[in-house]
Write a protein that binds this ligand. Structure first.
Ligand code: BYC
Length: 481
């Protein structure tokens, strides 16, 4: 078996030698029709017969894994792809540090591993469900294609987790795999597992914010799982990360192009006051304060995905060698963390204070801090666009205590700078912090499809380069009548 190249014979493309693994092959083939039904019911609405210029993985070699071609989404080659095995890989952290990485599930950590894999798996179809109506209002064929690329790859990430469940967790794993197809984003009775995956993605600015902020949580969590001592999880997530990079590119450049168009139009019209919202909106672009409010919403929703400030789950998973830190292998310490401390912002007597806490219990926050640093760098790049147009406005990440539903700060109301507010003050001010129904209605009024090759909706600039170096007027989606 050549592990680098993908075997496309049979129903399920893979580089895991599925043909020789009859039990797992049969289980996956049994799961397949349910997946296809789910895709038809909950995947992108419309466009299923359209030809979309998609990339498909043909190998797991970082340099040459993708092939681009026109594909109908239901014919996309969803498959099981693991990064190549690292010879003599050792568990990089925790109590088992230095021991040989596990090729089978260690019995004592079975429940913990299953829970993490199920949570990871649950987010993937959830995001497809959240984005299912966006195709109809795409600002260009370029953006439409990117949306669908993200969607099919999230579908593949579900396959990645389902493979682990079916191969390593027996009957329980098969049951979990079924349930991943049953839950629905936002459903009152069978919601998805994590809060942010039950929120709506009502418009394209939300989609870009989601792929910038929430997909980046995906990246951080996958990086932490890629360190796992359970080698199949590590290899699976390592390959997923190569796909994830494009999703964050879509988010960062998407928001960047919105900012570019707004700033350029403001300059052209001689508007120097970014808070003159009516004047800016009359230009058919999204004003910067509304972009800030969307940012506040998506950043705060995503912070909840890092869990509680102090987490025994996270400590146990690290100690067990199951879930590491961001780039654990590049960190220079004892990789056991039994004695160290880590500074964490906490709520003490109604005030937000920084406290040294045992490093093992603070791992969710450590990952979150790494995440916030990456977000801040991205926001800095957005601000450069505004600056280039000479407009006096700066986008900012809100304080981590702002608008939280999980963790210590869910008990309080805080403003964007982390000042604790009385409930009445919050009610008065929240309209300035979070998108209002009027903001939403205005953005919705702009969401008109632009399906002519090379054309873009009024509110977004064209990208600097095409996908797969295609020219500006390339027909990324051939829309079926
Ligand atoms: N919503 O000890 P704690 C992605 C629960 S995104 C609801 O702090 P832990 C993607 C928690 O489950 C990445 N419940 O939890 C992006 C626990 O409940 P139980 C997805 C929440 O485990 C875009 C209890 O509160 N992957 O890939 O340390 C598009 C105690 O909490 C939430 C992962 O998340 C919440 N937000 O931390 C597509 C990786 N937060 O079990 C895809 C796997 C906490 O006591 N998951 N709770 O009843 C994990 O590592 C952890 O489960 C979490 C939570 C980081 C999520």
């Amino acid at each position: 078996m050549n592990i680098v190249n993908v075997d496309y014979d049979g129903l399920i493309p893979n580089n895991v030698g599925l043909n020789a693994d009859t039990r797992v092959k049969a289980a996956l083939e049994k799961w397949h029709p349910g997946y296809v039904n789910w895709w038809h019911d909950m995947g992108p609405e419309g466009f299923q017969q359209s030809l979309v210029y998609l990339r498909t993985a043909v190998s797991v070699d970082p340099k040459g894994w993708a092939k681009f071609d026109y594909v109908k989404m239901p014919d996309y080659k969803w498959g099981i792809l693991l990064a190549p095995e690292v010879e003599d890989r050792r568990i990089p952290f925790g109590a088992h540090r230095g021991e040989k990485a596990w090729q089978e599930v260690p019995g004592e950590y079975r429940a913990m591993l299953r829970r993490l894999i199920v949570i990871q798996g649950d987010t993937e179809p959830a995001s497809v469900e959240q984005q299912r109506y966006l195709g109809k209002t795409a600002p260009s064929l370029y953006d439409l294609r990117n949306l669908f690329q993200v969607n099919v790859e999230e579908g593949r990430h579900l396959w990645a987790m389902v493979y682990l469940l079916q191969k390593y967790f027996g009957a329980e794993g098969r049951e979990e795999a079924e349930e991943l197809l049953q839950r629905r984003s936002g459903d009152a009775d069978t919601p998805r597992m994590l809060g942010a995956f039950n929120e709506e993605t009502p418009d394209w600015l939300s989609f870009f914010m989601f792929t910038f902020f929430t997909d980046r949580d995906g990246k951080m969590q996958l990086e932490a799982l890629a360190q796992s001592g359970f080698d199949p999880l590590s290899r699976t997530t390592r390959f997923m990360l190569t796909e994830e990079a494009h999703h964050m590119f879509v988010g960062e450049t998407g928001v960047g192009r919105v900012i570019e168009r707004t700033s350029a139009e403001m300059k052209k019209a001689g508007i120097t006051d970014p808070s003159d919202i009516d004047a800016v909106r009359r230009l058919g672009v999204i004003d910067l304060p509304t972009i800030q409010r969307k940012l506040n919403l998506h950043f705060s929703l995503t912070l909840d995905l890092f869990g509680n400030e102090i987490s025994t789950n996270a400590a146990n998973a690290f100690h067990a060698g199951i879930k590491g830190r961001f780039r654990e292998d590049k960190l220079d310490d004892d990789h056991r963390l039994e004695n160290g401390t880590y500074p964490v912002l906490r709520l003490v007597g109604g005030k937000i204070v920084k406290e040294e806490t045992p490093a093992l219990s603070a791992l969710n926050m450590r990952l979150r801090d790494d995440y916030v640093a990456e977000c801040a760098a991205g926001v800095g790049r957005w601000n450069k666009i505004i600056e280039k147009h000479g407009i006096a406005f700066e986008l900012k990440l809100p304080h981590v205590a702002f608008h939280r539903q999980i963790g210590e700060f869910s008990k309080i109301k805080a403003d964007l700078d982390g000042n604790v507010l009385l409930d009445a003050e919050w009610e008065k001010k929240k309209g300035a912090y979070l998108p209002s129904s009027a903001d939403r209605a205005f953005i919705e009024s702009l969401m008109k499809p632009e399906f002519r090759p090379g054309k873009f909706a009024s509110w977004i600039a064209s990208p600097k380069t095409g996908i797969d170096n295609k020219p500006g007027d390339f027909e990324y989606v051939k829309i079926a009548e």
